[in-house]
Design a protein around this ligand. Structure first.
Ligand SMILES: Nc1ncnc2c1ncn2[C@@H]1O[C@H](COP(=O)(O)OP(=O)(O)OP(=O)(O)O)[C@@H](O)[C@H]1O
Ligand SMILES: [Mg+2]
Length: 261
């Protein structure tokens, strides 16, 4: 791959290994202490850079070292987060600590003043994007929960979209990460060291991140990613750590909405 000159000048002293964890159309190149994320230019790639700039000094995010756009691809060179992803074995074997840190990570987001936030992912905009994805066949049907469609679920993405329009919950707006799953949060020595993958970060209902965090924990514990099923997780632990009661209606709603992204 031909990287832009500025990027080359900043990484020339390093060799990389490619990463395969990302599920989107991006490629991530891991250097000694830097990460290069290459994506097709999109609303999300622009949002990621925009939100990283806005969140500098407000949240533990990687430092942006360079951002270049060339031939419709974006190149984001950033510092590497210290520590490990929240789904690392070390944390999977210590669910109390893991869930406590994940809950702290969510609460830190709630503490950020959103009055000047440049990105708005509230339901109106999320549903408009979901509609666009449905109408343009962009829904990733290979990465869907088994019961969303078919016998026990919706007939098709259009029917789900209609249900989402008809059943909109009242929003409690906060700063939302937008993809708050375990591989997108880094911990070290029982501290949060990084929030990454900020393409969908912006103002949204607090239950979006809670829902995705809950689902990500469930998937990791049932062995969906590691091939290894860990001891069962107390379903209510996340809510205990957040200090709120689970709102299963909203969790269900936001998990269904996420199916259209
Ligand atoms: N700044 C960083 N520091 C350390 N690791 C990183 C960093 N950025 C990315 N990674 C690694 O690369 C993986 C993929 O990056 P990222 O989540 O940004 O890409 P993605 O393709 O949008 O992923 P997905 O859509 O699957 O969530 C991360 O889960 C992490 O392992
Ligand atoms: Mg990710």
């Amino acid at each position: 791959m031909q990287f832009p000159e500025k990027i080359v000048s900043l990484i020339s002293d390093d060799s990389y290994q490619s990463d395969s964890i990302g599920m989107s159309d991006s490629s991530v190149f891991i250097f000694h202490n830097k990460i290069l994320k290459v994506q097709n230019c999109s609303k999300e790639s622009e949002n990621e850079y925009c939100m990283m700039s806005w969140l500098k000094g407000k949240l533990q995010i990687p430092e942006v070292l360079a951002y270049e756009v060339q031939n419709d691809k974006s190149y984001l060179l950033m510092s590497k987060c210290e520590g490990e992803m929240a789904c690392d074995k070390k944390y999977m074997e210590n669910p109390r600590m893991q869930v406590k840190l994940l809950a702290t990570g969510i609460k830190n987001l709630w503490n950020i003043d959103i009055s000047q936030c440049p990105s708005d992912w509230s339901l109106k905009n999320k549903l408009a994007q979901a509609r666009y994805n449905v109408e343009n066949n962009l829904v990733d049907m290979d990465n869907i929960e088994p019961d969303t469609f078919g016998k026990n679920g919706f007939q098709n993405p259009q029917a789900l979209l209609q249900w989402l329009y008809d059943n909109q919950p009242e929003e409690e707006l906060v700063l939302s990460h937008g993809d708050y799953c375990l591989p997108n949060i880094f911990f070290k020595d029982n501290h949060i060291t990084g929030y990454i993958d900020l393409g969908k970060t912006g103002i949204a209902d607090k239950w979006c991140d809670i829902a995705l965090c809950y689902r990500s924990l469930s998937h990791n514990y049932c062995g969906r990613y590691h091939g290894k099923a860990y001891s069962s997780l107390d379903d209510l632990l996340l809510f205990k750590e957040l200090g709120i009661k689970p709102n299963w209606e909203k969790i269900k709603y936001y998990l269904l909405l996420d199916e259209l992204f």
